[in-house]
Design a protein around this ligand. Structure first.
Ligand code: SAH
Length: 243
């Protein structure tokens, strides 16, 4: 993995355009599993009042030194800074990182959660807008929790949101047509495009709370369900049992 090249950073290009011009073109999202979709670029610049309840609760629970993982345009980091919370924002998108600097995020770094050495520990690790996405595949759970152990300070917490994609496979009676022997149903592949900038395709994991809690337990963590959203989404807190 590692950080992106600028010529393969469609979301960063969209974010930079919107920041400079107040408007952006279409940020297209392709997947082998879904019809083509778009991310409304202005949504990445939402302020506290425009955020979902899950996001607002996560920000209210953020304390101590915070790490905003996959910070994008920096909306959560800026909201925390406004509240006097000490936050470091990381992202693999060079153009997003540049924009966060322009936006006034005080501590922002071009870094990959999985591979870059951040040389410090955090009381709160924030992972929002399907924060489980960067885990990519269920098989990466042990690697994910191993990274959290390195990055969490004593008594630290991870606040992460995700959705249970089961609704995509349910019929009218509510019974799900999924292949239990196949891959986990929340494993998605995406590729993005903005103007003529195409990104490489990447794995993005949606995980239901029970599955997250199962893997947390197996890796020495506890998962708590903090809040359910309006549509199969939720906010969870992860903490390490022996930290
Ligand atoms: N949290 C922001 C943006 C979410 S989009 C918001 O809620 O608006 C997900 C972001 O994660 C993108 O900016 C992407 O570049 C970043 N990202 C993906 N994989 C990453 C990784 N391994 N380490 C750090 N950032 C990552």
């Amino acid at each position: 993995m590692g950080v992106l090249e600028k010529r393969k950073d469609p979301m960063g290009a969209a974010i930079a355009d919107f920041y400079k011009n107040g408007v952006a073109g279409r940020l297209r999202v392709m997947s082998s599993m879904f019809d083509e979709d778009e991310i409304p670029v202005e949504h990445l610049f939402r302020v506290f009042e425009e955020m979902s309840e899950i996001e607002r609760v996560a920000l209210e629970l953020s304390r101590g030194r915070c790490l905003d993982v996959g910070a994008g345009a920096g909306c959560h980091s800026l909201a925390l800074q406004d509240r006097g919370v000490d936050v470091c924002a990381i992202d693999i998108s060079p153009l997003s990182v540049e924009t966060m600097k322009h936006q006034g995020v005080a501590d922002v770094r071009l870094a990959d959660f999985f591979t870059d050495d951040l040389r410090e520990q955090f009381d709160t690790i924030l992972m929002l807008m399907n924060g489980s996405g960067i885990i990519g595949k269920i098989d990466n759970m042990p690697k994910f929790f191993a990274r959290l152990k390195i990055l969490l300070a004593k008594g630290g917490q991870v606040l992460l949101d995700s959705s249970d994609l089961i609704y995509l496979f349910e019929d009218e009676e509510g019974s799900a047509d999924i292949d239990l022997a196949g891959d986990y149903y929340g494993e998605v592949d995406y590729a993005m495009q903005y103007k003529n900038i195409k990104g490489d395709s990447f794995d993005w994991l949606y995980v239901d709370f029970e599955t997250l809690a199962y893997h947390a337990e197996a890796c020495g963590f506890v998962a708590e369900l903090i809040k359910k959203g309006e549509h199969y989404d939720y906010l969870a807190r992860l903490s390490c049992k022996n930290l």
